[in-house]
Structures are given as structure tokens and as C-alpha cells.
Design a protein around this ligand. Sequence first.
Ligand code: BGC
Length: 730
Amino acid sequence: MLNERNWIVTETCFDPKSQNHAETIFTIGNGYLGTRGAHEERYPGEERTTFIHGVFDDVPIVFTELVNAPDWLDLTLNLGGEWFSLSEGEILAYQRQLDLRNGLLSRRVEWRSPRGACWHILFERFASLTNPHLLCQRVTIKAFEDTTLEVRTTLSGDTDNLNYKHWEWIGQGFGQNSAWLHLRTRSTGIELGAATRLSILGGQKLRQTAWDTRNAPTLVAATQLKSGDVVEIEKITAFYTSRETTDPQSAARRALESLPVSAWKGLWESHARAWQREWEACDVVIEGDDRAHLAVRFSLFQLLAAAPRQDERVSIGAKALSGYGYRGHVFWDTEIFMLPFFTYTRPEIARNLLSYRFHTLEGARKKARENGFKGAQFAWESAATGEEVTPTWVPHPTDRTRLIRIWTGDIQIHISADVCYAIWQYWQATGDDDFMIHRGAEIFLDVARFWASRAEWNAETGCYEFTDVIGPDEYHDHVDNNAYTNALARWQLLTALKVMNWLQERKPDKAAALRRLLELDENELARWREVAEKIYWKQDAASGLIEQFEGYFQRRQIDLQALEPRTQSIQSLLGIEGASEANILKQPDVVMLAYLLPELFDEKTLRANYEYYNARTDHTFGSSLGPAIHAIIACRVGKPDEAYQHFLRAALADLEDVRGNAHDGIHAASAGGIWQAIVFGFGGLKFEPEGPKVNPCLPRHWRRLKFRISYRGQPYEFDLLNSPAGGKGG
Ligand code: BGC
């Protein structure tokens, strides 16, 4: 992948072997849907996939998944009697580009057909940001002889999720140059209306027909060309679902009927302006490091492309809308890794994402109830309803005869505090009292109630404990008193009490209503404080070291350096049990805590824990969530070079596929972490009572770092220059 001016991701050759990685990279989206970068014409092994936010359907093992929508990309070209395909004839020139400024995906091909005819073809597509129901395609074709051109486009409802089919056919039909299709998901009954319109502008029209094939209505248009003629094919597709309207099929048809005959230009102009406004709020500029600069913008682009702007009942999954990994499920990735970017640049989007947790509270209450607890216990993996959807068993990656038990859905409980952490951060940054009054407070109180009911009193130690949990480091499960979980639980309980006091003063009616709704009394509030104050906590007074969980220091010591160079994770090398018995971490845990609750770490403690755990973390093949956080803490302990190494691991996870799994979709948490590494790591941003302040720690070779944030309704821009000697900027 090359870059031009750090805005454009470029592919210079067609390589079928890496097509799935390229599909991820060339994903476009508009916050309503995301479409992987499959080509218009089909190739074996491709994953032509569109995910629409909130369109989930049931599936074995993983419970529910985002459904692959009908394919809106399909467009086959018959050029003078020969089918256009990159696998045939000769590719004389090829360039595919994603313009991050505006989400235009284009592909320029000069092709010599098997028979020897030359063609210049430019494919372009975008998913409108102004009207997210509209998807636009244009193909510009130049002929070099007198010839014919036929275009076929099928609106296929026969799509699947890696061979699993979700759609039932309801109906289809045709209008003026257009076709429509009406479908319904098998289990959840979500209806989808799709309509598409095809026109050829230029040439001498030969015919325009439609093929009424069931579940695959097809439009066909043909034209006569003279040598040197340039024609434009314009195709606009509309998608609506029953999540937005009662009659999605008519809505999709109407959306097309209201467009002018040639719609591309008008739609493009408003779309490009909308993207420009997005970047005005959040662009990051790095001078002196083009590779990092492009990678940062790519990450922000993918987050913006997946960010729900019109819908507060959905959230962003671990792979955003760009691939099948984790099936569209939502994790702590959103609140802890992605959300800060939105909170500090696009707070309206952050509000939508947090509202998703409010709307799914019932699912969290159900989970708590079923586990024998009170209050709200958020699902480790969440989808439409907030119920737990983590698969219980998955096939072993190498031994097909074995299944692996996945425990995260049962015992990775820190997520309930993480959700509250993000609400608190949003509230501090925006001052959005309305959100706290009407949504945040209820979540806070019900989560506190969960923690208090989950805590176990240990008479011997005189502490409340959380036993049998998984902390952020998933190489170790069934552990007791994970420091991260305990500290976040304590923070959550104490902060819930603050929220309650604030609400009582600010909106006594609402406070009383919540007390009634949740049946909260003074005794219970008093218990929250009692639990919080006595939660198990162990820290070595001399060294400042915090033990990740009880007994961690006794785990088998492994020298990571001795295992280098590696091509696989420590878990793959040692096996699940082997990794669990060892002291190696999949991702920051105590270091994660140091990032989220810095007040618990003085300088010495921070350095001691960073040094200790950094040396024992599987940075290259552990979790992609880790490196950005390590980069931030490395900055805080004054190690910009080490920070930069960590940062690059995160920044290149998608564009350069450093983990070898980008074909499953982008690493959305890492993308959010990259922004945090820029702003809170290299930029050293902190919020003082007088306002935001920076304390930069730029990598030596960066000449300049510029970023913008919004804080309490005010825009701030920071322009940090590296002094020639390196180190601090100003
Ligand atoms: C990580 C989790 C993360 C999940 C989804 C796992 O591999 O360990 O922290 O939430 O992936 O990205």
C-alpha cells in the first residue's frame, strides 16, 4: 500500500491471493452500513459483504450475527462480446484508491481483452454520508474501436454469511430502469427493501431490458460505441429496513424515484461536503512520518465510516462494519478504545453509542438475574438486545476434533465498569447533564448494584473479593482478585454514589423516580460504600508492583526474548493451558489500569509496573488492543522511542496486516487506541481545571503533530513542533 499526500490508500496491482485483506482495507461506509471492497465483477474466494447496523439474525454457535445485505456492487461488463475480468486478457495499468477525505473508492484499469481490444475503465463508488440510504456507483469507459457495450447488474438476495443464509424472499419487481427486491431475515424478521437504478449516459442506445429471475432481478442495458467514445454508467441503489420504516420496500423505490436522471454529481457534492465537515472536527496532522500519518487517518476514516449518526440503538462492533470477525458483536472495545475519539471530536456520535447501552439495559439486567446477581451486568459480547452472545464453545483452531470452551461471556465482568467509565468520561468532557440525568445515572446505579451483589466477603482477609474472573489479559482465566477488575469495581461503586448525590441535588424528582424504579434504599447505598472501601487490593509497598491477580507472580516465568523471532502468539506456541500457566500477558492489564485510573499510580509505581509488565506482554501477536495503550504509558514514563515502536504495531495492524488477520475486518479498537496514543500519549493531553493542556513527547523524527478536540463545547487545536534536538514540543 502506497500513500499520496497521506490521504490516499493505493493498491497498484490486482493480487487474488491478498484480495480479502484488500477488501477490508477498501471498506467504505456511512454510519448506516459498511461495504467491503470487493470488485464489481466477481472473483473466486471474494467476500462481497455489506453490513447494515442493527440488522442481526440468529445463527448457531455465535447466537447472532450482522447479516450480509443484498449485494449492491454487482456490475458485469460485456465489452465488444467479451466479459471484462482481471483474470483474463492483459492488465496494462491498474490502480485502486481509497480517498480518505471523502470515502471515494476508485479503480482505474487499462485492459487488453483476450481478443486484443483495448479499454480504459474507471470504476467509482461511494456510500452517501448525506443520505445514508443511497449507494452510488459510476463506471466511465473509453473504447478504442467501434464496438458494443452491455452492462448487467443483479440485485441479489442470495447472499450469505460465509455460507450461512439469512434472507427469505418476499417479493421483487421492476420500475423505470430500475429493479427492487423485498427480503426478510429468517429469525429476527427484519425486512429489507432494496432498489437499484441503472443508466448509461453516452453512446448509441441499443436496448434496455430486465430479467425477472427469482431473488435476482437483473437490469441489462446495451449501447453502441464509436472508437474514442466515452460513456458513463450510473447506478444508484437504495436500502431501507424495517428498523427505520414500516414499509422499507416502498421507501427504497421512492428514494430512487425522487432522484434526477443523472444523480451522481448532486449526490457526490453534498457527500463530499459532509465528509469535509467530519475531518474539520478531527483531522490529525503528522509531519515527518508519512507512513504513520496515513495510518492514523485511515484509522479515523474507518471509525467515522462505521459511526452511527442517525441511530442510538446500535454500537460499533470489534471489526466495525468491515468483516466477519466477531460477527458484529460489541465489546468493551467500543467504550474504552473507540469512544474517546468520538467523545472528544464528535460528541453527538459518542452520545448515540452510549445510548445503545441504555437501550440494552434490559439485556444486562437479564444477564445479572440469570447469574443470580442484582442490577445490570453488561454482556461481554453484545448485539441487538444486550443479552450475552459470546459463543460458549468454538472449534479448536488447529484440531478440528476438539472444541474450546470460551469463558469470557461467563466471567469477564469488568465490562460493566468499563461502560460506566466511558459515560463518566463523556459527561466530564461534554457537560451533557441531560444524558446523565435521563440515561447515564440509571446505568450507573444498576451497575453499582451488580458489583455490590457480585462481591464476596472473605472473613479471613476482611476484604470483598471478586473471584473466578477474567481480567483484560485473556491468557489467564478463572483468576481471583484481578487488580484491574477490582479497581474498576471500586471506582464504579464510589462514582455511582457521586452520581446519586449529584442527581439528588440537581434533579431530585429524577433521583426519587430512579430510587423507586430500582427499589434502592439507604441501606443499599451504604453497602456500596462499604464494599468499595473493602475491596481486595494488593500492592508491594517497596517496589510499587501490583500483582495482576492472586498468584500471578508464581506463574511459570518465561523469557519472551528467548522465543523471538516468533510468527505466532504465545497462546498458539504454548497452548491454552500452557499460556495460562505462564506469566505472559496477551494485553495490558495492570498497565491498562494505569491508563484508566492514573490517580492510583505515582511516578515510581507507574514506571515499576510498566517496566515489569511490558517485558512480559505478547505485543506482536497478543491482542491488537494492547500496543496503543503501551505507547501511551511509554510516553508517560518518558520513553518516546519505545512508545513509537508500540504505536507502529497498532498503526500498521490493518494497512500492512502485521498480525496477518486483517482479512477478518479492521481492528477497530486499535484504530481508536491509535487516536488516544496520538492525543494522550504523544500529545500528552490532560484536562486541568483551567482546561485542556498538553505535555508533548513526540517521536524524534516527527517534526510536527497537530490535532483538534472539542471540550465542554469549545474547539481546541494543538499544534506541537518538535525542537531540532528532539523530545519536547511546544
Ligand atoms: C481481546 C479482547 C477484545 C476482543 C475483541 C480479544 O482478543 O483479548 O480484549 O475485546 O478481542 O476485539
